[in-house]
Design a protein around this ligand. Structure first.
Ligand SMILES: [Zn+2]
Length: 694
């Protein structure tokens, strides 16, 4: 049994005795040390941030001024222990600002963000602190560190080096200039990108040009026109909910061509919001920065910390998927050409025809839509189904708690216990949309697990979503995407709940690994064996019929050649941009054309993004040299789930190995961790099979 210490080690008295205490700065005398949300007010955050930054600065100052020789304990471990109050304030703030924000919290965010950036820069660029860390790092082989201590040291050392701590003053100044110019370019790219997306792709004046469009799209297009002062006309924009259904349903081929071309030329039309020069400059500056920091390319700089490790591994991986995906996409194109020929179209399938004929093909082949499935996906039953999968795999239990404070009545709280009843952590769910909650679904922690000096700290984890709400007399009924998302986010939560480390900082999840624990859960969600256990009709109480399960399975293969090809093309383009070794600016159009020619992209399919509208890689450091991560993690989850298919979907031994090797610990070599679980490196076969590519 672990000894559990809830109390916060740092207890502060805020202000003089007569003032009420700031709840963010005192010990939380609550069940499991959970945040006292009912006492926390917007006005508490700014003073708490200031106080916590000052405390952190003091802690770090003590490390720097320590007259003793630097040791792992007095420097690395002391650094890991520092800043915990700031971490606590920041996590509560981040949770609320995402899920239940208001203008006051948004103002705090604006005020505190630059302060935090400067705060952490001051620490990471402090030569005294870096010298101590560096001294230990250079002796790391001879000071008897265990595996976790080595990982923590490596993580912290790299944080300093990658921020430029090891450079001389001249190079530090050059780096700062590059970083400043890059952040200005990111802002510019983002602004241009937004302007382009909101631009009109097509203005329709004649009603006959609406042929084939669904009523809700026509109504939205009329609204778009009205808001642009063109009452009585219809405007299709370059936002997904507008252009995509237009390409799916418009019977007017020349109009589809026009919309499609506007879409793929976003940011590439000359004029003020053109991104060609911005992109070329960003790539050049990234090349320059990687050289300053001692890396061959930006991709080398980024990938060092990922599971893939280096650009060669990423290229090899993308190439393994490319030919099978291209072959499947060609077969899909042939199926669509057959429809065109049968209808006497008399033309060859082009890029602007793909969505339209794919839609026809879908209706012909699968006859499945979400309305048929939703009655089987009642929210509470789906959540119970997801909990049930976790319980069967790991023997854990989810116990509802009504004594823990929440920040909104929609939030529900569960205590997660091991099979023997010992405490594992607290899990909050917050599933319904409302004003003040940002879009999407996510998982996060109000506190990470750690176990320093025998003080076991249990994790506090939350899942937030924007799922369909109860409507009228109906309970909340989800669509298949939402069901998968609910399972997905629970997978992230389990990853955090199963953390079993001494130092929270030893457990960093690389970008190309982070979606494995989540995506693997989606496999159980839609498995034919698992579906009938939770997908029960909310009125008839009948489990989902086999006929519908078969349809779900079959439809999962639909259009996968197209999806994989457009995604992989963008991944290659991303890697090519970040393999530049020179800081010269290239011609963006030529560079892109060469990149896509080199892989032999078929002309009926465009890269999912073009350089001038590839926000993932150019509107921040974001997914630069990392766009491949999505499918990399998918290979991992397909390969890992294959192990369960072979050993039994709920094989406890295998689940235990997955928990211990993949979820519980950090490492600087996540591939080695994976191999411990699977016995071999992941193969692409399972993913190819799942996407119907082989
Ligand atoms: Zn995720």
């Amino acid at each position: 049994m672990k000894t559990t210490v809830w109390s916060f080690m740092l207890i502060l008295t805020a202000g003089c005795g007569t003032q009420p205490q700031n709840p963010l700065l005192v010990e939380w005398d609550t069940p499991f040390g959970t945040p006292p949300f009912e006492e926390i007010q917007n006005g508490h955050f700014m003073p708490a941030f200031r106080e916590a930054m000052a405390v952190h600065k003091g802690e770090v100052g003590k490390i720097i001024q320590n007259p003793e020789e630097p040791t792992f304990k007095n420097t690395v471990e002391a650094y890991e222990k520092s800043g915990r109050l700031l971490d606590r304030v920041d996590r509560v703030f981040g949770c609320l600002n995402d899920a239940e924000t208001n203008p006051e919290l948004q103002a705090v965010s604006e005020e505190v963000e630059p302060l935090l950036t400067k705060h952490y820069d001051d620490i990471l660029l402090d030569p005294g602190l870096f010298n101590r860390v560096d001294a230990i790092y250079s002796r790391r082989e001879s000071i008897g560190l265990n595996e976790e201590e080595s990982t923590l040291l490596e993580n912290i050392y790299k944080d300093f080096v990658r921020s430029g701590a090891g450079l001389d003053e001249k190079d530090k100044a050059a780096l700062r200039t590059v970083n400043e110019e890059l952040s200005a370019l990111y802002v510019k790219f983002r602004k241009n990108h937004l302007d382009q997306t909101n631009a009109a792709a097509l203005t329709i004046e004649n009603e006959s040009d609406l042929a084939g469009l669904p009523g809700n799209l026509v109504a939205a297009a009329a609204d778009n026109a009205r808001s642009r002062g063109m009452e009585g006309k219809w405007v299709i924009t370059l936002q997904k909910p507008s252009f995509e259904p237009f390409l799916q349903y418009s019977e007017k081929r020349p109009l589809r061509e026009k919309v499609y071309k506007s879409y793929i030329n976003r940011g590439n039309n000359g004029g003020e919001s053109d991104n060609k020069a911005v992109v070329a400059r960003i790539a050049a500056l990234r090349a320059k920065r990687s050289r300053l920091l001692g890396y061959k390319t930006h991709a080398d700089f980024i990938l060092e910390r990922n599971m893939a490790k280096n650009p060669d591994n990423v290229y090899r991986f993308l190439n393994d998927l490319w030919e099978p995906a291209l072959a499947r996409a060609r077969a899909e194109a042939a199926e669509m050409q057959a429809i065109i020929d049968r209808e006497g179209g008399g033309f060859r399938l082009a890029g602007w025809d793909w969505w339209y004929y794919a839609e026809k093909l879908k209706k012909e082949k699968y006859a499945l839509d979400d309305a048929m499935l939703r009655p089987y996906f009642e929210m509470d039953k789906v959540r119970r189904g997801a909990f049930g999968v976790a319980e069967k795999l790991y023997g854990i239990q989810f116990i509802p708690r009504s004594d823990i404070q929440v920040y909104h009545p929609d939030v529900e709280v569960f205590e997660v216990q091991e099979a023997d009843g010992s405490h594992l952590g607290i899990f909050y769910t917050d599933y319904f949309p409302r004003a003040g909650k940002r879009a999407g679904a996510w998982s996060g922690s109000l506190r990470s697990q750690s176990n320093m000096d025998g003080n076991y700290i249990a994790p506090l984890v939350f899942n937030v979503g924007n799922f369909s709400k109860p409507a009228g007399t109906e309970p909340a009924l989800l669509n298949t995407d939402e069901v998968e998302t609910l399972f997905h986010e629970l997978g992230h939560a389990l990853d955090s709940l199963f953390s079993d480390t001494v130092y929270a900082g030893s457990r960093r999840t690389p970008r190309d690994f982070v979606e494995l624990p989540s995506q693997i859960m989606e496999n159980w969600a839609m498995d034919p064996e698992v579906l009938p256990t939770y997908a029960v009709h909310y009125e008839t109480k009948e489990p989902i019929p086999q006929e519908l399960i078969d349809k779900i399975q079959k439809a999962s293969l639909f259009n996968q050649g197209f999806r994989t090809v457009e995604y992989l093309a963008a991944s290659f383009l991303d890697m090519d941009w970040h393999s530049l070794t020179e800081e010269n600016e290239v011609d963006t159009g030529d560079f892109e054309a060469e990149s896509l020619n080199a892989i032999g992209l078929m002309e009926e399919i465009a890269s999912r993004y073009q350089s001038t509208n590839f926000g993932h890689i150019f509107d921040s450091q974001g997914y630069s040299a990392g766009y491949y991560s999505y499918i990399w993690a998918e290979v991992l989850d397909a390969d890992a789930f294959q192990a369960f298919k072979e050993a039994g979907l709920f094989n406890r031994e295998l689940a235990q190995s997955f928990r211990e090797n993949v979820l519980s610990h950090g490492s600087t070599d996540m591939m080695a961790q994976y191999v411990r679980f699977r016995g071999a490196e992941p193969k692409v076969d399972a993913l190819l099979a799942r996407r119907g590519l082989k």
